[in-house]
Design a protein around this ligand. Structure first.
Ligand code: SIN
Ligand code: CO
Length: 391
């Protein structure tokens, strides 16, 4: 973990505390040399290769596509797609590259001053000269790290929710984009731009090898939070818990929904929802939902506890499955480990150890309850011994 009071090169020599206090969710920050001598862990051909694989979320944005301006197509692509593309003015965007390329996943460690469950994924883009996705806003925080070549970024300030977007195209491009003073920069490899949600930005490739890494964060919308929590809670509420109006006054008009009825319902809903313990249990599950459900799959043939112990003792480490998300919380002395949308009782030392992205060796077995919890997580697909094929 980063020391919150130690200046970080990644943050332009701000401490994590200073960055979080003054920039995070508030205003952009340009950081020259955030990762000095940064070497992109993958090249454009490797990114194109990933975009051809089924199950990988990839998009191609063509400013002048065969079917119209700002055409967006979804992968998987094939060689023929790339062969027909012009020399410039298009972008290839591949989502969750950290799930597939360990060198990209390793970048996540740089951001450990933020809770891991806030991170969503690392998207990687490639663009020839002129390639962009147009001026737009994103609804989440993002660190835009230049990986290769150069991209020119221009910022257009915080946008209102109803900022007009161009109609009739596949992308949400802003109708008007006014560049803010002192917000026009060309980023080189290792330079990084932090943007809070809702900030207009436009990044255009300046070179024939432009690769940009977008480290994106996850935040539930009000709609997602309310419907998801209500769903979780709803499953546990007895059917006998109902709207009630004992002691009410006689109806003045039989068809009227009066103020007292509305107030009773408001109180009923708010008091039913106001359950901090259940909220914590839901939140841990919600924030550890895998990005892609098929990424963390239960084992078809479950592993037994003895086999798990034997493999660890034989020196085989347990790894976190790519895309697996883990968090924990201790409340009133009781710890819950949240793993990929599930919650299970655990001791705090074990939960801390499992939530650390480092592989787990036999010494983890010394922690109370380790065998049962680790076996559960292997069978759920959150942890795995490396296949012989991968070695
Ligand atoms: C890109 O990498 O081309 C676009 C990233 C962004 O604007 O969010
Ligand atoms: Co964006």
């Amino acid at each position: 973990m980063s020391n919150p009071n130690e200046p970080l090169t990644l943050l332009g020599d701000l401490t994590p505390e200073e960055f979080l206090k003054s920039y995070w969710q508030q205003k952009p920050l340009l950081i020259r040399g955030a990762i000095p001598d940064f070497v992109s862990p993958l090249d454009p051909d490797e990114l194109a290769g990933l975009a051809c694989e089924p199950g990988v979320e990839a998009r191609l944005v063509e400013e002048e596509g065969p079917d119209g301006p700002w055409q967006v197509s979804a992968g998987p692509f094939d060689d023929a797609t790339f062969e027909r593309l012009p020399a410039g003015h298009w972008s290839l965007l591949v989502q969750a590259v950290d799930h597939y390329v360990p060198g990209v996943a390793a970048l996540m460690k740089e951001f450990d001053f933020l809770p891991g469950w806030r991170l969503d994924d690392i998207m990687v883009s490639y663009a020839p000269p002129g390639g962009s996705v147009g001026p737009h806003v994103d609804q989440y925080d993002v660190f835009l790290l230049q990986g290769r070549g150069q991209r020119r970024w221009q910022l257009g300030g915080k946008q209102p929710d109803d900022a007009p977007i161009i109609q009739g195209i596949d992308l949400k491009i802003l109708e008007t984009f006014e560049i803010e003073p002192d917000s026009d920069w060309t980023l080189n490899p290792g330079d990084m731009l932090y943007l809070p949600p809702g900030w207009a930005h436009h990044g255009v490739s300046q070179t024939d090898n432009c690769m940009t890494y977008s480290v994106g964060f996850r935040a539930l919308s009000a709609d997602e939070a309310i419907t998801s929590f209500a769903d979780y809670l709803g499953e546990q509420l007895p059917g006998s818990q109902r709207y009630s109006d004992a002691g009410m006054a006689p109806a003045e008009h039989t068809g009227e929904l009066d103020d007292a009825a509305i107030e009773r319902m408001r109180h009923f809903i708010l008091s039913t929802l106001d359950q901090p313990k259940e909220l914590a249990q839901w939140f841990g599950r919600a924030m550890t939902q895998p990005k892609y459900m098929d990424q963390v799959m239960p084992l078809e043939e479950p592993l037994g506890e003895e086999d798990l112990v034997a493999q660890l003792h034989a020196g085989e480490p347990l790894f976190h499955m790519p895309g697996s998300r883990i968090a924990w919380r201790t409340e009133a002395g009781v710890t819950t480990l949240f793993a990929d949308g599930d919650g299970l009782p655990c001791t705090e030392p074990l939960a801390r150890r499992i939530a650390d992205p480092a592989p787990l060796y036999a010494d983890v077995l010394e922690l109370e309850g380790a065998v049962a919890v680790l076996t559960y997580l292997v069978n759920a697909g959150s942890l795995a011994f490396m296949d012989d094929d991968d070695e």
